[in-house]
Design a protein around this ligand. Structure first.
Ligand code: T4K
Length: 373
């Protein structure tokens, strides 16, 4: 039996010994935060690694999203997906913006561009799609709609670290992209996040907004927030970056092995990649359909009973939570695909040092379930 408990993910950590010199440098310099040397080094290193022009580091992905909306002065209504982590829509509410939910595509579980136009009103100012599980949205179609209606596009790219399509990093699409470097993500700085933007002027504005709106000592130009990443987190990021390719390679192998072993189980569908030329294998989502002998929730519970902890990302839908469910767009009849997916989804454990034995055990367990009556 493999090591217990088995969680949906286990953070990828560099060795503690390798981190000591970074800590020593922080202790010696007493430079702890507010744009210190590691902060600058990590921004440069990430621009190069990700293939983007500008990046601004944040305390976490949620503050990056909140600030991205501020940076573009988004107001009114924003079209978004209900099939995401709650932070996506909370970032809108915290900015006094009304989320308008649009259903997702049954293939990618990302926002369905064919349904966006019908949701546009005179109050719509932007679209905020999510590259769910790191699978790219239908970028070309979304941009076409945004251009036609003069809307901004802010991608919630919390899951999309390192993902590329034919044109390079998917973070280069839209007006801004917000990343998360939370402990559970492919690339982590314990807590952390970032905004990717395409021009110097926007980068300057974002940097001001994450530092209270300060410009110099005595001038404040905007009602900013404290979203700065500390030197500790930035140093961790620099060290993580050294082994990120290996970590993603290991995830790729686990993903391939899962697909092979789950391929012929009736009622189980593995979500396919959707147009990326370089994926990050951040999650391993399966759909537990009506042909499977037991329900998704029974499978979820029976795995938990043997101390294996998959997650139902994303159940319930954002639109089902109390602060959203009275919105007209939150009605279940408006979101049939997302509703069905949220009742069938199960994200299986995936992390770089997952034992082969664990994967075997999970897939054999799934293959061996029988109907209970
Ligand atoms: N947009 C999207 C689309 C997102 O998915 C997220 C975050 C955001 C925006 C916001 O970004 P951040 O502000 O978080 O940077 C987790 C994460 O807290 C959250 O970052 C993530 N999405 C979301 C999908 O998942 P929980 O409540 O499911 O995590 P938790 O604590 O239950 O962790 C899952 C498993 O991971 C645990 O069972 C064990 C393992 N784990 C977790 C942590 C935190 C560890 O082994 N070590 C750890 O330190 O929300």
């Amino acid at each position: 039996m493999s090591t217990r408990p088995v969680f949906v993910t286990k953070p990828h950590l560099p060795s503690l010994e390798d981190f000591i010199p970074y800590l020593r440098q922080i202790w010696d310099s007493k430079n702890l935060t507010n744009g210190g040397p590691f902060h600058h080094q990590l921004e440069d290193a990430l621009c190069e690694y990700l293939g983007v022009k500008h990046i601004s580091l944040f305390t976490n992905g949620t503050l990056a999203l909140l600030t991205a909306l501020q940076a573009l002065r988004i107001t009114g209504e924003v079209i978004t997906t209900p099939y995401s982590f709650i932070a996506t829509s909370h970032a809108l509410l915290w900015n006094g913006i009304k989320p308008v939910f649009v259903d997702v595509s049954p293939v990618t579980l990302n926002i369905d561009p064919a349904k966006i136009e019908a949701a546009i009103t005179p109050q719509t100012t932007a679209i905020m799609p999510v590259h769910c599980y790191g699978h790219p949205c239908d970028i070309a179609d979304i941009q076409k709609i945004a251009d036609n209606y003069n809307l901004k596009v802010i991608y919630d790219a919390a899951h999309a670290f390192g993902v590329k399509d034919m044109q390079g990093s998917i973070l280069n699409h839209g007006d801004l992209s917000a990343l998360s470097f939370h402990a559970t993500k492919v690339f982590n700085t314990f807590e952390g996040g970032a905004i990717v933007c395409h021009d110097e002027k926007t980068k300057v504005r974002i940097d001001q907004l994450k530092n209270f709106g300060h410009v110099g000592e005595v001038s404040v130009v905007a009602p900013g927030i404290n979203g700065k990443m500390s030197e500790f987190n930035a140093a961790l990021g620099l060290l993580q970056l050294q082994s990120i390719d290996l970590a993603i390679q290991r995830r790729r192998e686990i993903d391939a092995e899962y697909r092979l072993r789950l391929a012929n189980i009736k009622g189980i569908t593995c979500l396919n990649e959707s147009g990326e030329t370089q994926a990050n294998y951040s999650y391993f989502p399966i759909l537990v359909g009506p042909d499977y002998p037991i329900t998704r929730d029974d499978l979820y519970q029976s795995l938990k009973d043997i101390d294996i902890h998959p997650r139902r990302y994303f159940f319930p839908l954002i639109s089902e939570f109390p602060m959203y469910r009275s919105l007209p767009s939150a009605h279940k009849d408006n979101l049939p695909v997302a509703m069905r997916a949220s009742r069938q989804i199960l994200c299986l454990p995936i992390y770089p040092d997952m034992e082969a034995e664990t994967l075997e055990e999970i897939t054999e367990f799934i293959a061996s379930r029988k109907a209970t009556n």
